[in-house]
Design a protein around this ligand. Structure first.
Ligand SMILES: Cc1ncc(COP(=O)(O)O)c(C=O)c1O
Length: 390
């Protein structure tokens, strides 16, 4: 057999600009330190600290017991799509029917499918920055380009004015994440209305990411698709990962009208052929059974937030309390203006793992991200370690 030409052993060009998450690299570094016996306070993660509630696990067990183990319809089981549509109407005020709902493998698949459905090569996507890093790679995978809109500038100068400054003649969409990872910003109703008015004015599609919709401490969560005229031009990605402590189950849903629904359905069909059937029955229980899990979690996160923010401010790491999500994003420029260096110093001196802010875009430089989804004892421990060692 002849040897393959060397240039056949290369990835498809489409993947040239698609990166691997820096957060994974940090996790590897933490594992390496731990394997050498070091204690590391892990504040770099991004998942609920609690296990999935028992009633949800019981629903999955019961689905298995009843042999709900065959292919489900690739858009999702009808009972779940109907329950999601009811939730969207009641809680998000989004006027969706079950035909507008697609069950997907977590927020990531919903977002992947949304960008695949909307973005062509050379299209630009406006994104408020600092932003959740994987979006860069989801857009790159479509051959599109991110155009960063500094969130602080938009909040100070006005959203319309700021978006008008950054829009290009190739802009096709806005990615709108509220509550925001990593900054914890919850966009107000007035701000969301301004973004919607801009999208309507300039004929842009909105890809909304509401992964943290249930983790809001101040203000209200407003779904942009609920605003007048926005349903038809918005694809919203929701996930059960954060709300119900279900990160490992891989389940979420995307909500849209046509033609987006057809794009989302094709993308899901040919990537995963739908979501595991017992997981969908568990999700149905999560959304329909009476439970105070979300309220209790929110109160627990608030307690952790206040503890960490109070301690960080005392240490001179200035940090306004985040209005949503479970991350603190303090200014660490008095450790180092270079956030990668600041994060290294925090790890080496105080044994605390964080994510350098620059990973979330240049607007995140000078900050690091701490997750406060952990026990109060762990937060006390890390603050004590920082007080002693920094
Ligand atoms: C802003 C944001 N969107 C979406 C997701 C994806 O969530 P999932 O675990 O459901 O894929 C995350 C997860 O960290 C997130 O932070």
């Amino acid at each position: 057999m002849s040897a393959p030409a060397l240039d056949s052993f290369r990835l498809a060009k489409r993947l040239d600009n698609v990166g691997f998450s820096d957060i994974v690299q940090i996790r590897n570094r933490v594992m390496e330190l731990r394997s050498k016996g070091a204690t590391v306070y892990q504040f770099e993660g991004g998942e609920p600290y609690q296990p999935t509630p028992d009633y949800i696990k019981a629903a999955a067990a019961s689905a298995l017991e009843q042999n709900q183990t065959r292919y489900a319809p690739s858009s999702g089981i009808p009972q779940l799509r109907a329950a999601i549509a009811a939730k969207l109407n009641e809680r998000n005020h989004i006027d969706a029917s079950d035909r507008n709902v697609l069950v997907v493998n977590g927020g990531m698949q919903g977002l992947f499918s949304a960008f695949q459905s909307v973005i062509d090569p050379e299209d630009d996507v406006l994104i408020f920055s600092p932003y959740w890093t994987p979006i860069k790679d989801l857009v790159a995978n479509c051959g599109g380009r991110l155009v960063l809109v500094p969130t602080t500038e938009a909040r100070a100068e006005g959203f319309r004015e700021t978006l008008s400054k950054y829009i290009t003649d190739k802009t096709r969409a806005i990615y709108f994440n509220t509550p925001t990872n990593p900054s914890g910003v919850v966009f107000t109703r007035a701000e969301t209305e301004e973004v919607a008015a801009f999208a309507l004015d300039r004929d842009l599609i909105v890809i909304a990411d509401e992964a943290y919709e249930d983790i809001v401490y101040e203000g209200e969560h407003v779904s942009i698709a609920s605003l007048p005229g926005m349903f038809d031009r918005t694809i919203t990605s929701f996930t059960l990962s954060k709300s119900y402590a279900m990160t490992g189950w891989r389940i979420g849903y995307a909500v849209a009208a046509e033609p987006w629904m057809t794009g989302l359905a094709k993308s899901t069909l040919y990537s995963s052929n739908g979501v595991s059937t017992p997981t969908q029955w568990a999700a149905l229980a999560a959304l329909t059974e009476e439970s105070d899990f979300i309220e209790k979690s929110r109160a627990a996160y608030r307690e952790r937030r206040d503890l960490l923010i109070g301690g960080l401010n005392e240490l001179g790491l200035g940090c306004a309390p985040p209005a949503g999500a479970f991350y603190a994003f303090p200014d660490v420029s008095n450790i180092s203006r270079n956030s990668r260096e600041a994060s290294e110093i925090l790890l080496a001196k105080a044994q605390v793992a964080t994510v350098p802010g620059v990973v979330f875009g240049p607007q995140g430089e000078g900050h690091v991200r701490f997750s406060f989804s952990t026990s109060p004892e762990m937060i006390e421990g890390v603050l004590e370690s920082m007080r002693r060692n920094l």
